[in-house]
Design a protein around this ligand. Structure first.
Ligand code: AVJ
Length: 322
């Protein structure tokens, strides 16, 4: 089947308004910040795909190894009819699941949901071509906001891979998991990918690679704001910073002003001053302990869980029953 036209849960106008609100709030804060979802325009999505192939960036490979080994278990345990993928991006690793379901039979519909229209266009067309018996319904949406509108019908498996849940702060995460559980019915399933706490000497290079791709990805958010909101950031004047916070057990990406700068954001009519060395936080990527993941899922109302990791114990994948 060819992919169905993308369903739009998030209009261009909503996106634009969301960006304006986030930029206004984040750039006027004492400690400046921007949410990571604004990295992912077409260029940002491409840069992220490039990151996943870097030697230092282990999460994608480690998660792929877990899925390669356990996709048949996941298909058999869940018996899902509909697979919904949140923050699907290219849906590359998801193919391991689709292959396992294809061998088992029974999966009828694949629903990738992402904020990136460009990423979704590519992935839905390719998946529809490669899995001719699957119905492919791409949704343009924000996974933190559209949970109550997830497609229904048949047993569902929601997959949220890559460790993207680590982009949420702890309170946001609890709220997200609770909303997720509320959106599901007893018998539905959640498959959650989480990067695990490990030696920062392994984590930091994954977010500060030698080739500078992550630095470019980080600075891309400034290009997005320049283009979408008529700002005049000089992205080259911001240095990429990746910092491990041992107390929070998360990595932060920041952009550090290399000199004092005054930035105009024309659409918002605001002026933002940066002192030399001032940092703008662009991403938090939390790392987890297996017991912590289970506890958070239980607190959100999920039942039995299964937990798998790769041979090196780098990355965890949890299957939880609603
Ligand atoms: C897509 C959110 C899982 O946090 O590792 C990669 C994004 N940031 N390099 C992550 C990212 C810097 C990635 N996630």
């Amino acid at each position: 089947m060819t992919a169905e036209p993308l369903e739009i849960y998030l209009e261009e106008g909503d996106l634009e308004r969301g960006l304006r609100d986030d930029v206004r709030a984040g750039l006027s804060a004492g400690q400046k910040w921007l949410p990571p979802k604004w990295f992912y325009d077409a260029r940002g999505s491409e840069l992220f795909e490039e990151i996943t192939r870097l030697p230092e960036y282990y999460p994608t490979r480690a998660e792929r190894a877990v899925l390669a080994e356990h996709a048949p278990d996941i298909a058999a345990l869940t018996g899902a009819k509909t697979l919904i993928e949140l923050g699907s991006g290219s849906s590359d690793k998801t193919r391991l699941l689709l292959d396992a379901f294809a061998r088992q039979g029974g999966l009828g519909t694949f629903v990738p949901l992402d904020v990136s229209v460009s990423a979704l266009r590519g992935s839905t067309a390719q998946i529809a071509a490669d899995y001719p018996s699957l119905r492919v319904r791409g949704i343009v949406g924000d996974f933190t906001r559209q949970l109550d509108r997830l497609p229904t019908g048949g047993r569902r498996l929601v997959v949220f891979l890559g460790g993207t849940i680590g982009n949420l702060l702890p309170a946001e995460r609890a709220e997200f998991l609770t909303a997720m559980r509320a959106a599901l019915e007893v018998g539905d399933w959640l498959l959650l990918g989480t990067d695990l706490v490990k030696d920062p000497e392994v984590i930091v290079p994954a977010y500060d690679d030698a080739a500078g791709v992550t630095a470019e990805f980080n600075r891309n958010v400034l290009h997005v704001i320049n283009r979408e909101l008529g700002a005049d950031f000089d992205p080259g004047a911001f240095e990429h910073v990746a910092l491990w916070d041992p107390a929070q057990e998360w990595i932060e990406m920041r952009l550090r002003a290399s000199r004092p700068m005054r930035v105009q954001v024309r659409t918002l009519g605001v002026t933002v001053d940066f002192a030399a060395g001032e940092e703008l936080r662009t991403e938090v990527s939390a790392k987890f302990h297996p017991e912590g993941i289970a506890a958070e899922l239980t607190a959100a109302g999920f039942g039995t869980t299964k937990f798998w990791t790769d041979a090196d114990g780098l990355f965890g994948v949890t299957l939880a029953r609603a």
